[in-house]
Each structure stands twice: as structure tokens, then as C-alpha cells.
Design a protein around this ligand. Structure first.
Ligand code: ADP
Ligand code: MG
Ligand code: ZN
Length: 459
């Protein structure tokens, strides 16, 4: 068989975590009772007028800057016309001609090495409502709560060559969006949705093959399997001398196959035209510069800094930077005087374990970095032992408390009174003359018995 190369480009939808929707004042919230978050604007009533939410432009620009894009000072909204019951206006407000961000690039890393993935554009648009097909009654219902939820769509150039590269790219996007606080990017919940465009070509060929677009991919694993499956399907067709149809396919992860959904539409099918209800989005250089200056330090930079400047291993640095809140908690703990390595150990070990047990995120840690630093110091200076430290941490995870005060209250401070110790040792030795004799004869096992007795005596 001939050698084939896979060519992949992505269209990634990211739901923005703004307080309100993109063109109206309705709350942008997941999981509310159907149609409780809708108004004449997002329900598409005739005559209702959209007004752009400033935060959406801010989030889109931040995302663009973080992905190395150029930002347009003047961008515009266009109507993408199509008819579907979840789309009450009969058009979606999107950006076709002048998307807000364009020509970016990111670097991804993996066993494939380092590589650059170019970003074609990022545009702002509104989400559609949701159809719920009720099998029991045979009816379909519509929920407009999601209608008008702000989205950005990130369109890449066809630069990825494998499932692994694609997953690395998507993980990078997730990390950047979460660090920015722009979206939680959960594939399962639909706050991130990735459509995979894929074609194959004979190795060494310059021209790209005919591509298909796959939808309905709701985990990184599913995306990996869909890429493998589609690659095989296309190669088989080519090997049989058949043609690949340009179409949109729906991936069924249970059956591990895809089915055609519709033949691919072109921009002309959507009869795009500039939305006359919305003025152009004009962004000043000054505002863009300010947003750029407020970008956070991202995962990659943090990971490198933790290793180079703070002396952490790559494992610890990797875990601590996975979540921006965890990374910042770590840095603050160190600022409060904790040893870097010790702070890293506690956070990646006991603290993450407790969070997992409670089903919480690092952003929800109940105690302050200062108190974690205090706890570490108490153990390092021998005021408490490791077991006590863990016990105190578990209490802190319920409610922020001063570890030293708590340790005193609970009697967890280690005894330093050697006089009392000596007295206890004498007592227990005197109380068990038999065992004492055995100990003096060199039976070291008996020592454990005396330690136990002394601990009992000293409570
Ligand atoms: P359309 O206008 O049909 O949406 P675009 O040019 O916007 O097409 O491309 C959509 C996505 O498809 C982009 O992510 C792009 O990288 C990807 N793409 C384009 N051509 C190919 C191809 N031959 N193989 C794989 N992906 C492709
Ligand atoms: Mg497109
Ligand atoms: Zn509304």
C-alpha cells in the first residue's frame, strides 16, 4: 500500500464565560430551566435590536492576543442565513468578511517534537438555541437559553498531521482560555466544540486532498478515534480508486464510525451580508495595548520558570501549572515563606488529594496560602509531626483556620520537655521488670513495647 499523510484543520467553538449574552442583557448561564433566560432579542422577535456586549469583544481580543493574532481595529458583524428551529432569527450573527482577529500562530509540543500551528482567524458569533427530541412523546422542543450565548470560533490553517498533534493543539487552547478566564472549555459540556476537517494525500504530494468535516466530537479521546477512523475510511476509498465526497459527517463514538450528515455548504449557500442592525466594532490601539499588557503569564512560561528559577522538577512544575489558580496558590505560599520544594510537595500531594475527594477545583481551596505556609513551617521546625500536619490540613480544607492555634487546641504539639520524658521512661522500665531484663539482654524487639507504654503514659 502507498504511504499517506493526514492533513487536519480545526474549527473550534469556545463559549465565552461572560455574565450576560452577546447582544442582550439575558444571563449567560448553563443548566437553568428551559426558556427562563430569553428575551425578545435572543428569541429572535421581529423588530428587536441587538447591542454588542463589550465584554465579548474584550474576551475575543484577549484570546487573539494570546494566540499570536493580529487584531482588527475595525471589524464587523455579518448575517449567516439558514433555517432551523433552534435559530429563531433565521440567521446567525457572525463575522465573515472582517473577523476581529486573524493571522496568529501557536507552538505545540509532544512526542512529535515542537511545531507551529497557524491560526487563520478568530471571529465572534452567537450560539443557537437547543432542540430536545423527546422520544417518548415523539415531539421536539426548543430551549432558547443558549440562544445568544457568546462564542468565538478559532479557525486554524490545515497544519496538523496526526491525532496527537490535534489533541496537543486543543489542550493548548484549553489551557490558554482557562488562564485568561475566558472560558472553561469543557468538551463534554459543550463549552468547547471542535470540528475536525481532514484529508489525506500520498506522501510527498503538494496538493491537498478532498476534505470532510466531522462534528459531534465531545472528548479528546473521541477526537483521536474519529481522526484514526476517518483517515482509514478515506485511504480505503482512494485505494479502491474511488473519490472522496466533500461533506459534513457525524461521528458516532459508540460505533466508532461516521455517517454523512449533509453535503458541505459554501459561504454562498449562507447568503452572508453585513448585519445592518450592528455598527462596526471599532477598537482603539490604546485599548488593545492595555489588554495586551494585562495578559497573564501562561502555562508554558510558568512551567519553565518553576524549573529554571525555583528548582522544581518537570513533573511538579507540570502539575502545578495545569490550573492557574493552583499555580498562583503555590506562588503565594512561597511568598509567605514556605520552601519551594515543600510547598510543591504538599500542593501536588495532599492538597490535590483532598480536593479530588471533595470534587473541588483548585480555585475552591478553603484555606489561605499563608496558613499552608504556616503549616509547613510547623512541621519543618518539629513543632508537629507529619501525621498531625495531615490531620490539621484536613481540618483546614473544611474551613480556613490558623494551624498553630488548632494544633494547640487539639493537643498536636510535640512534647519537648525531656525531663518529663525521662521520668516516663524510668516509670515504664520499672513497671515491667521482666521485659526490662529481656531488653538488657539485647532483645531489641522489646523496645517497641516500652515506647508504646511511654506514649500511653504521656498521652
Ligand atoms: P470553509 O469556507 O468551507 O469553511 P475554510 O477554508 O474556512 O473552509 O476551512 C475550514 C477548515 O478546514 C480550516 O480549519 C482549514 O484549515 C481546514 N481545511 C481546509 N482545507 C483542508 C484540507 N484539504 N484538508 C484538511 N483540512 C482542510
Ligand atoms: Mg469555515
Ligand atoms: Zn435575551
Amino acid at each position: 500500500m502507498k504511504q499517506y499523510e493526514t492533513v487536519i484543520g480545526l474549527e473550534v467553538h469556545v463559549e465565552l464565560a461572560t455574565r450576560t449574552k452577546i447582544f442582550c442583557g439575558c444571563r449567560n448561564q448553563f443548566g437553568a430551566a428551559p426558556n427562563t433566560l430569553a428575551c425578545p432579542v435572543c428569541a429572535g422577535m421581529p423588530g428587536a435590536l441587538p447591542v454588542l456586549n463589550r465584554k465579548v469583544a474584550e474576551f475575543a481580543v484577549k484570546a487573539g492576543l494570546a494566540l499570536g493574532c493580529r487584531i482588527r481595529n475595525v471589524s464587523r458583524f455579518d448575517r449567516k442565513n439558514y433555517f432551523y428551529p433552534d435559530n429563531p432569527q433565521n440567521y446567525q450573527i457572525s463575522q465573515l468578511y472582517l473577523p476581529v482577529c486573524h493571522d496568529g500562530a501557536v507552538e505545540i509540543e509532544g512526542s512529535f517534537g515542537r511545531k507551529k500551528v497557524r491560526i487563520h482567524e478568530i471571529h465572534m458569533e452567537e450560539d443557537a438555541g437547543k432542540l430536545i427530541h423527546d422520544e417518548w412523546s415523539g415531539r421536539t422542543m426548543v430551549d432558547y437559553n443558549r440562544s445568544g450565548v457568546p462564542l468565538i470560533e478559532i479557525v486554524t490553517e490545515p497544519d496538523m498531521r496526526s491525532a496527537e498533534e490535534t489533541e496537543a493543539f486543543l489542550e493548548h487552547i484549553q489551557s490558554v482560555m482557562r488562564y485568561l478566564g475566558v472560558s472553561d472549555c469543557r468538551l463534554q459540556e459543550g463549552s468547547m466544540r471542535a470540528d475536525v476537517n481532514l484529508s489525506v494525500r500520498e506522501a510527498g504530494q503538494k496538493n491537498m486532498g478532498v476534505r470532510t468535516e466531522m462534528k459531534n466530537l465531545n472528548s479528546l479521546k473521541a477526537i483521536g478515534r474519529a481522526i484514526e477512523g476517518e483517515r482509514e475510511r478515506q485511504i480505503e476509498l482512494l485505494e479502491e480508486g474511488r473519490k472522496i465526497r466533500r461533506e459534513t459527517r457525524r461521528w458516532d463514538d459508540n460505533k466508532e464510525t461516521s455517517r454523512p450528515m449533509r453535503s458541505k455548504e459554501d459561504a454562498k449557500d449562507y447568503r452572508y451580508f453585513p448585519d445592518p442592525d450592528l455598527p462596526p466594532v471599532v477598537l482603539s490601539e490604546e485599548w488593545i495595548r492595555e489588554l495586551r499588557s494585562r495578559l497573564p503569564e501562561f502555562r508554558e512560561e510558568k512551567r519553565i520558570r518553576y524549573q529554571k528559577e525555583m528548582g522544581l522538577g518537570s513533573y511538579d512544575a507540570g502539575i502545578l501549572t495545569e490550573d492557574r489558580n493552583l499555580a498562583e496558590f503555590f506562588e503565594e505560599t512561597v511568598r509567605c515563606g514556605a520552601d519551594t520544594k515543600k510547598a510543591a510537595n504538599w500542593l501536588t500531594g495532599e492538597v490535590l488529594r483532598l480536593l479530588k475527594e471533595k470534587g473541588q477545583e483548585p480555585g475552591q481551596i478553603a484555606f489561605s496560602p499563608k496558613h499552608l505556609a504556616d503549616l509547613i513551617r510547623l512541621q519543618e521546625t518539629g513543632v508537629i509531626n507529619k501525621t498531625a500536619a495531615k490531620q490539621i490540613l484536613a481540618a483546614m480544607a473544611e474551613q480556613d483556620l490558623d494551624p498553630e492555634i488548632y494544633a494547640k487546641k487539639q493537643g498536636l504539639i510535640l512534647e519537648k520537655d525531656t525531663g518529663r520524658l525521662e521520668e516516663a521512661v524510668r516509670r515504664v522500665l520499672a513497671d515491667s521488670p521482666e521485659a526490662r531484663k529481656e531488653l538488657l539482654e539485647g532483645k531489641e524487639k522489646v523496645a517497641g513495647y516500652f515506647v508504646g507504654q511511654a506514649m500511653k503514659l504521656l498521652k
